[in-house]
Design a protein around this ligand. Structure first.
Ligand code: BGC
Length: 666
């Protein structure tokens, strides 16, 4: 029978709005079936239950063992929607196995500064790429009957002071940069949206009626449950009025606060029922899903999928005839210890029991009959022994990344950088130096980039990292990742630099010029531009056609030829530039992309559709997305800085939709 708010007493309803414990909804003494939430996004992090209770115990043995999937930052580097969808399906399988209804993922905040400690949990600095992948992730999980919860809504772009520092963002920037991925993802109908801890423009998100009710539920049409970030508690009755349906985890003060506010006439039963109804709708979705959902893959199969996903997220940043490894003697150096770090820490850290095999042994297993592999873990001996090898692979790490803190440097950790400093001297003896960077965010490589032959940005590949890497290094898999964030020359050349605000207000004075939009507008040189990544194949782009479908929709098609003798995937990117806008717009913006497998010698025609958002900006005057008539350049690139083809179009909408562009003297 369908439950409605009428089936509950007022007290039961208050309880329903505040959770049962750390991870579950209150059951109203059994009226509502069990409903369990657990963390993602990089795999399942579910706290062990103790007699039906789900505490916040944390710690090593307190969470169930699950597949440690690649981080969302790594998945974004694959630019592969299908793999992103697959990733969420794998995690959903584990949710089903562990009786979880909603996965608290994906994280879709924008990478405004590369220092943000949780960037590894997010996709990109670009809203379109983030939103596209977010949809794929939500569809992947929900297609298997597990609810997704997009987070953290919104403008939560740093970890320092995340509980109270207000993000001061102008309306246009909010819409174009920080809300777009949410707006896009809402179209996939996620069951939940998690609001962030921080205030925006002085009002905590949980109490921000404008952002929760007017924009998210009203304009974007979100019809699921808005949940607080865990402990993002202000005054429960105010958050209820603002549009926050569920506060998590259980907190007695919230219950008392609702009761008191009701008695004082500050909230009505109608206000309570609105949120209760949203929760009941979600419970019903879960019950329907539970009837058919089933585990599809076993542990080994899930692991194999993690390998497949991780291998497409690896980015070959530089390669001067050092890779793939085909012959000779190779020394793998791990100056940071035996096992590489392949995840950040915090609520996204997954407890896996997978026993990884060292990289050098994996390499040996792939082409050990042609290449001789060996390993060394000590800085001094890597250098001393390196003289006997042809190639030295160095596994290096950046500063620690995780929830609740930001990095304070973009440089590698001391042990890593010091090893490169020593080992690079071996180049004088003709040795090839290949640096393998395990990190979840951009790294400053300025000091050593010219002293090494190749750089592979591994990302955080989870438990599959080294298996995926071994395939890419040996050429079994041709690298096909491209960075979903700009790699700046150094921290000082980023907009935010090392500036940490005052802990109270963070002014978003960079406005819409975030990531590559910033470097391009101000001509700031970068180490590797947004969208950069090399392959073992070579591609040639030709034959661009931009065909009008309607006044504001175009079809862009072009050919890509694989000029090499290896089959490989290529990510092509479509950028749009408004050449005569009346407002300050980015030099160009990503509005479409495609990832295609192109066989050796083959030519493939790729087509990408551009819709009206591709040409619009958010007008704070009209309070909506607006297209200005005029000339637009459509560019097809292998990266944001490597534009291969371009074409000009003219948009001519009816006069009444347009403001006058020139002064008319009478
Ligand atoms: C994090 C969320 C997470 C929640 C539950 C919060 O501190 O910000 O991302 O889902 O805890 O672990």
């Amino acid at each position: 029978m369908k439950l409605t708010p009428k089936d509950f007493t007022l007290e039961q309803k208050f309880k329903l709005l505040t959770g049962k414990d750390y991870w579950q909804l209150d059951t109203s003494s059994g009226k509502i079936p069990r409903f369990f939430m657990a963390d993602g996004p990089n795999g399942l992090r579910k706290v062990q239950e103790v007699n039906g209770e789900a505490p916040n115990t944390g710690g090593k043995n307190a969470t169930v063992s699950a597949t440690a999937m690649p981080s969302l930052s790594t998945i974004a580097n694959s630019w592969n929607k299908e793999l992103c969808n697959l990733d969420a399906q794998v995690i959903a399988d584990e949710c089903i196995e562990n009786d979880v209804d909603v996965l608290l993922a994906p994280g879709i905040n924008i990478k405004r500064t590369p220092l943000c400690g949780r960037n590894f949990e997010y996709f990109s600095e670009d809203p379109y790429l983030s939103g596209t992948l977010a949809c794929a992730y939500v569809d992947g999980a929900q297609g298997k009957g597990v609810g997704a919860c997009i987070k953290h809504y919104c403008a939560n772009n740093r970890e320092s002071f995340r509980f109270h520092q207000s993000s001061e963002v102008d309306e246009r920037t909010l819409r174009e940069i920080y809300l777009t991925a949410f707006e896009m993802a809402v179209k996939s109908k996620p069951w939940m949206v998690m609001c962030s801890y921080n205030p925006v423009n002085g009002v905590f998100l949980s109490e921000n009626k404008y952002l929760l009710t007017d924009v998210l539920k009203g304009e974007f049409g979100f019809d699921g449950v808005v949940v607080s970030d865990w402990g993002a508690n202000t005054s429960r009755y105010k958050t209820l009025l603002a549009g926050l349906d569920l506060e998590m985890p259980f907190n007695k003060n919230a219950f008392d606060n609702l009761k008191q506010a009701y008695e004082q006439g500050l909230i009505s039963e109608k206000d309570v029922d609105r949120a209760v109804q949203n929760i009941l709708n979600m419970v019903e979705k879960a019950q329907t899903a539970r009837k058919t959902r089933k585990v599809e893959w076993n542990k080994q199969e899930r692991h194999q999928k993690a390998v497949e996903i991780a291998s497409e997220g690896i980015v070959l940043l530089k390669n001067e005839n050092a890779l793939p490894l085909k012959s000779g003697k190779v020394l793998v150096g791990t100056p940071n210890g035996f096992a590489p770090i392949s995840s950040g820490t915090g609520s996204a850290k997954v407890q896996t029991d997978y026993v990884t095999t060292p990289l050098w042994k994996l390499l040996k297993g792939i082409n050990g009959d042609k290449v001789e592999y060996d390993w060394d873990g000590y800085q001094k001996s890597i250098y001393e022994r390196g003289i006997d090898y042809d190639t030295i692979l160095l596994c290096v790490h950046g500063a620690a990344e995780g929830e609740a803190y930001d990095r304070d440097t973009l440089e590698l950790n001391y042990r890593s950088i010091d090893t490169i400093r020593k080992v690079k001297k071996l180049r004088e003896y003709g040795k090839k130096i290949v640096v393998l960077v395990y990190a979840g965010s951009a790294i400053d490589m300025s000091e050593w980039i010219d002293d090494v032959d190749a750089v592979v940005y591994c990302g955080f590949g989870g438990e599959a990292m080294d298996e995926a890497l071994a395939k890419v290094l040996t050429g079994k898999v041709v690298p096909s990742g491209k960075i979903a964030e700009t790699f700046p020359l150094n921290l000082e050349s980023t907009y935010c630099g090392s500036d940490r605000s005052d802990g109270f207000v963070e002014e978003y004075n960079d406005r819409v010029f975030v990531g590559y939009r910033y470097y391009e507008k101000y001509n700031v040189p970068v180490l590797f531009p947004f969208g950069h990544g090399l392959s073992y194949a070579q591609f040639e782009y030709s034959n661009l056609k931009v065909e009008k479908i309607s006044e504001t929709e175009y079809n862009v098609s072009y050919d890509i030829t694989n000029k090499s003798n290896v089959d490989a995937k290529e990510i092509s990117q479509i950028y749009v530039s408004d050449l005569n806008a009346m407002v300050a717009r980015p030099v160009k913006e990503l509005k479409g992309f495609s990832k295609d497998l192109i066989k050796a010698g083959e030519t493939k025609t790729v087509s990408v559709k551009l819709d009206k958002k591709a040409f619009s900006y958010y007008s704070t005057v009209y309070k909506k997305w607006h297209i200005e008539n005029g000339t637009f350049e459509i560019m097809v690139g292998a990266s944001s800085q490597d534009i291969k083809l371009s074409s000009i179009i003219k948009i001519e909408l009816p006069d009444h939709t347009q403001n006058t562009k020139e002064i008319v003297y009478c």
